[in-house]
Design a protein around this ligand. Structure first.
Ligand SMILES: Nc1ncnc2c1ncn2[C@@H]1O[C@H](COP(=O)(O)OP(=O)(O)OP(=O)(O)O)[C@@H](O)[C@H]1O
Ligand SMILES: Nc1ncnc2c1ncn2[C@@H]1O[C@H](COP(=O)(O)OP(=O)(O)OP(=O)(O)O)[C@@H](O)[C@H]1O
Ligand SMILES: [Mg+2]
Ligand SMILES: [Mg+2]
Lengths: 227, 227
């Protein structure tokens, strides 16, 4: 389960304080399917980075699967990020000098999986996003939507229990986008938590629970009767 | 006017040939408003990069405002890109170490405009995309949609006659996205060519002319009676 308690994230730029997350409270049970929507700049990526252990709160606490994340060492956090959380970034963060297959296989290889096995599993993930034909392409040899799908394949390769996706269909046409949503929902049906940040109202509606953010706060949460 | 004649763009990866643009013909009059839609990987960004003089055809010719682009030197092409074309990239390409204002002002400063004047004009463009408050933020201190809007402000700062935008609302909520479309359509009403690649059918419909791409070719073009 995921629990944020009175979490804030404050940035300082040019002497000015900016409250990207403003005393938020959020509880998500393992296996839930939640969409997070809201205006550009409202704090969605900041929230997702927090949940993905890529960033720490300025104040408040984050409890993940019974552990206080704030008390974990850097190496323990790295383990959480590798095994328990699959993260799809809004800007993909693929490794530019590696072809698609190696980008996806990398988490397995870093984990000590033998290279042949890692590449076979990566190939299966690549196939599940419809891009076997791009196996040898490096990121700059692929379209925006193809890079996005490679990022998704990489996020699911370690079979994590929580999937966090930041605008996973932003660069995809309706057909490829629906394919990706089906894939993510399949994984959710197998018990994985699925938290999706999206600007697409159609995608937002498919989630079982819809959360809206405005100015670093939750404006509504359909789990609490106010969608 | 923009005219592509029998243009192809061929890539070779791992010994395999990939035809990203496949013998295409396209004529767009200055001041037209055209949307380009199609599946992920169909060649939209490749087409737009070609039109924006960021890439050259493997075969065929590109005539822009009466000039054969293929015959221009690198420095002449740089002038075309600076003065005649405003380009919004699918992945923004902002300069990471410069704050938002300086990112927008840069084309003017490179053009010899005095720094104060350049910053005033950049501030006006920043205001037109609703982000004066992010003046001092560097790209990694902004949200995805904020970076996208900075990229748009930079594309319009030199007042180019042709505006080429690759998924300009992909990272924006409906409200900010509509604001951007209004801004671009305003510029079109003042006589600028507006060519928008989009996955958003709502945005695609707003254009006066809708072109669909599939596998490097035009599947339909509403200017030719088949939308
Ligand atoms: N490192 C930083 N320093 C200062 N301000 C930041 C930083 N990162 C983000 N911000 C600001 O915090 C706010 C929230 O950013 P965030 O990326 O979470 O927004 P978002 O909801 O994901 O937006 P979008 O829909 O555009 O992706 C934004 O207004 C942004 O400018
Ligand atoms: N440098 C390159 N080398 C090899 N293949 C490339 C290169 N750049 C693009 N491609 C391929 O060319 C095809 C067209 O790419 P393009 O970026 O134009 O697609 P797109 O229509 O913009 O897709 P999207 O909607 O996903 O952004 C894609 O299948 C892509 O893999
Ligand atoms: Mg974001
Ligand atoms: Mg593209």
């Amino acid at each position: 389960m995921i629990r944020l308690t009175d979490v804030s994230r404050v940035y300082t730029v040019g002497g000015q304080e900016l409250r990207a997350l403003d005393h938020i409270n959020l509880t998500i049970q393992t296996g839930e399917y939640v969409s997070i929507m809201g205006p550009s700049g409202s704090g969605k990526s900041t929230l997702l980075n927090m949940l993905g252990c890529l960033d720490r709160p300025s104040s408040g606490t984050y409890e993940l699967d019974g552990q206080q994340v704030g008390n974990l060492s850097e190496s323990e956090l790295a383990k959480v990020r590798r095994y328990r959380i699959g993260f799809v970034f809004q800007s993909f963060h693929l490794i530019k000098r590696l072809p698609a297959l190696e980008n996806i296989a990398l988490p397995l290889i870093l984990d000590g999986v033998p290279h042949d096995q890692a590449r076979d599993r990566a190939r299966a993930a690549l196939d599940s996003v419809g891009l076997l034909k791009r196996e040898h392409h490096r990121p700059n040899q692929m379209s925006g939507g193809e890079q996005q799908r490679i990022a998704i394949a990489r996020a699911i390769i370690m079979d994590p229990s929580h999937l966090l996706a930041d605008e996973p269909t932003g660069n995809l046409d309706t057909k490829s986008g629906t394919g990706i949503v089906d894939l993510l929902e399949d994984l959710n049906k197998r018990g994985k938590t699925l938290i999706v940040v999206t600007h697409d109202p159609e995608m937002g509606k498919r989630a079982k629970r819809a959360v809206r953010m405005v100015d670093g706060r939750f404006a509504s949460d359909s789990a609490q009767g106010g969608a």
